[in-house]
Design a protein around this ligand. Structure first.
Ligand code: FES
Length: 321
């Protein structure tokens, strides 16, 4: 048995598939729509090539941009804003998945001000979503003046890697390590894991944000929380002890790539079988697999990380390709 890396499009089988990548023979999943003359995909749903063909070789409509009402805007510390936004109930429902995000923009700015923002909270009954925006550069600063309306495009789902590992975990132990603004997307991860009867320990590191701004979103969840600065020796020791003593089946790291590496190093040493999921930190610009801003190289393969789930758990028989 050997391990093989599989690449799966996050949009496959959704109402957004087939997308523009099918038109240019760049489909992430379908070998026919990659220009090959044979079928060699691992997708178990309705054939993408067939859908494309029946569509008259046309792509499905892509996500639209909506004008949405800002219900509330709250400043946390010096550089974090929590926007509460009213959206269609369908969109709110689609944004409940861990890893969900939207693009938001100042209503008076052109499209290149679009910025991806992780969903921290979503309520499909009243059509409300919450996002936490760290004010850093021109795009995020352009949101400071907004009080009434904001542009929203979505839903998008590839805000984390390791979705399969996370979604298949049931009645097990899980460790979440989240730092700074990455605490926001960790909320949906926590809720999903707890819904599946997992026992979750959460290490909270405020990072550069002054407050633990997710408290009101996690206060009613049954989980163990520990606050710590994970960049210190004491923090590393804490993670080390927790991994050693708790038999975690899954660990999720929300934070910088450096943090992912540090956590992965500890897992490899102390609990190599623990599944690992991480926040997707790549630069996301279009979110549609077109612009290439999010591209990463895995071996010789260029992967559009805004749309691609990289599955490293796939086992094949020796000799199989
Ligand atoms: S963000 Fe444009 S291709 Fe991924």
């Amino acid at each position: 048995m050997i391990k093989k890396i599989m690449y799966e499009c996050i949009d496959v089988g959704s109402e957004y598939c087939p997308c523009y990548l099918a038109e240019t023979n760049d489909c992430i999943t379908c070998s026919r729509l990659q220009g090959k003359s044979f079928c060699d995909c691992n997708w178990g749903g309705v054939c993408i090539y067939q859908r494309y063909f029946w569509n008259g070789e046309k792509v499905n409509p892509s996500r639209e941009t909506y004008k949405a009402k800002i219900l509330d805007k709250k400043m946390v510390g010096d550089n974090l804003i929590i926007f509460k936004i009213s959206v269609m109930k369908t969109l709110a429902r689609q944004l409940k998945q861990p890893g969900s995000y939207i693009f938001i923009r100042n209503i008076n700015k052109p499209q290149f001000f679009d910025m991806p923002m992780s969903i921290m909270y979503s309520n499909e009954y009243n059509g409300e979503i919450h996002v936490a925006v760290q004010i850093l550069g021109s795009k995020t600063k352009s949101l400071l003046s907004l009080n009434d309306e904001i542009l929203v495009r979505g839903p998008y789902w590839n805000g984390l890697q390791g979705l399969k590992e996370l979604k298949t975990l049931k009645a097990s132990n899980a460790l979440i390590v989240a730092r700074g603004v990455a605490l926001a997307p960790a909320v949906l991860v926590l809720k999903y894991l707890i819904k599946n009867n997992n026992k979750v320990s959460l290490i909270i590191d405020k990072g550069k944000i002054d407050e633990v701004f997710i408290n009101e979103y996690i206060s009613d969840l049954n989980l163990v929380t520990i606050e710590s600065d994970i960049t210190t020796e004491k923090g590393t020791l804490l993670i080390r002890e927790l991994i050693k003593n708790n038999n975690y089946e899954l660990c999720y790291s929300g934070g910088s790539d450096r943090q992912h590496c540090e956590v992965k190093k500890l897992l490899t040493e102390l609990s190599p079988k623990t599944r690992f999921a991480i926040s997707n930190n790549n630069e996301i610009c279009c979110g549609e697999g077109i612009c290439g801003a999010c591209s990463i190289k895995i071996g010789k393969k260029v992967v559009k990380s805004c749309k691609t789930q990289i599955d490293t758990s796939y086992i094949v028989e020796k000799g199989e390709k």
